[in-house]
Design a protein around this ligand. Structure first.
Ligand code: ADP
Ligand code: MG
Length: 367
């Protein structure tokens, strides 16, 4: 076909034959240039993360596509384990049920029990939605495509529709796969609602995404669409319907907040030869951070840990001038008072929105 599938030359013969079969379809002939580059990126050992400067003699368009794909569709293991996610037990269970078990026990998921194809995680920012998706990528043995939706639109305008098609085609080819659409509202906002009409290309892309998801629902392919959104009320209703499972990822409960603080500020941490000790009343602090998201709490912990470090900067700088040996670094203990002082200067980022999420949940919930 005059296509470059060189990256697959070393693969097993069966793989190459399968490749040809796929590439032979008319769709792939039409978009052969895109496909061959996706494949050539895909087949590299380092998986998409290699610098693209090695590709020479490409047209500008292909180069751009190749770089968009390598940046936005990553397949390497993000190294987030289920147990790294504090709390969110329900969300974890539902995600496992939807993605892990159908692959593990396909015999149980037939007929009316056919696997869910679309899953939406929604909730305030910084509550662990992206983290959950990364855990899926790490823990589930699926090919993981991570699409940051906004970059598709901005980079691809006219052609983003083709990219979506190629993406789903690839996902099917490499099934079982997960396609993760982060910040879905940025690409799947309600159609025709933006000011001054929509860009034609982005409208076509939305339609293509819907068509592709319908295709998934009808097929037996193990391809899951996992979407995340901070603003579910802005989502297109047609898209919403296709995201059959909708899971609220809410602000952490008291127990989870306590677990987070003791996770990020344990009584003793020693990294890089420096010991950091804390003396915190976890139970009380957990109540004080009510309304804070996971990422807010992490920020407060970091800032609290920073306090004793800050105190010794001056001494360290002075020492450097004197040109003597570095003294052993001894940090003061982080106390409950330290934590509370930091807290007074750090406001939760999403508390005011909570009512909106619960209202939306009662209307659109599907778990
Ligand atoms: N439940 C959680 N367990 C552990 N870390 C969390 C949790 N929620 C939030 N975080 C912290 O906040 C950061 C942002 O979370 P993220 O998943 O990106 O939020 P979002 O829901 O906006 O996608 C994470 O990288 C992590 O450090
Ligand atoms: Mg996120």
């Amino acid at each position: 076909f005059g296509l470059s599938v060189s990256s697959y030359k070393n693969g097993p013969a069966g793989e190459e034959a399968a490749n040809r079969k796929v590439l032979g379809s008319s769709f792939f002939q039409q978009y052969s240039h895109i496909v061959s580059f996706v494949f050539s990126l895909y087949g590299t050992k380092e998986r998409l993360l290699k610098p693209l400067s090695g590709f020479s003699g490409m047209s500008g368009e292909m180069k751009e596509l190749a770089s968009v794909i390598s940046r936005d569709i990553y397949l390497h293991c993000p190294n987030v384990r289920w147990e790294d996610i504090v709390g969110l037990e329900d969300a974890k269970r539902l995600v496992k049920e939807a993605v892990v078990y159908p692959i593990k026990y396909p015999q149980l998921f037939t007929g009316i029990l056919s696997p869910w194809k679309g899953l939406l995680l929604y909730g305030p920012p910084g509550t662990g939605k992206t983290l959950l998706a990364k855990a899926v990528a790490t823990e589930c043995k699926t090919t993981f495509f991570n699409i940051s939706a906004s970059s598709i639109v901005s980079k691809w305008r006219g052609d983003s529709e083709k990219l979506v098609r190629v993406l789903f085609e690839l996902a099917r080819y490499h099934a079982p796969s997960t396609i993760f659409l982060d910040e879905l509202e940025s690409v799947m906002g309600q159609r025709g609602s933006s000011m001054g009409g929509e860009h034609e290309g982005s409208r076509r892309m939305k339609t293509e995404l819907l068509v592709q998801m319908d295709g998934l629902a009808r097929s037996d392919d193990l391809v899951f669409v996992l979407a995340a959104s901070n603003m579910p009320w802005e989502l297109d209703h047609a898209m919403l319907r296709r995201l059959e499972k909708r899971i609220l990822v809410s602000l952490p409960q008291s127990q989870a907040r306590q677990a987070m603080i003791s996770h990020w500020l344990p009584p003793l941490t020693s990294t890089g030869g420096v010991e950091l000790r804390t003396d915190l009343d976890y139970e009380t602090l957990a109540e004080d951070v009510e309304g804070y998201s996971g990422s807010d709490i992490r920020l407060v912990c970091k800032e609290a840990a920073m306090r004793p470090v800050r105190k010794i900067f001056d001494a360290l700088e002075l020492h450097q001038d004197e040109d003597t040996d570095m003294p052993a670094i001894h940090l003061e203990t982080v106390t409950t008072t330290d934590f509370l002082e930091v807290l007074a200067h750090t406001k939760p980022s999403a508390r005011s929105l909570i009512d909106r999420y619960t209202a939306w949940e009662s209307e659109y919930k599907s778990v």
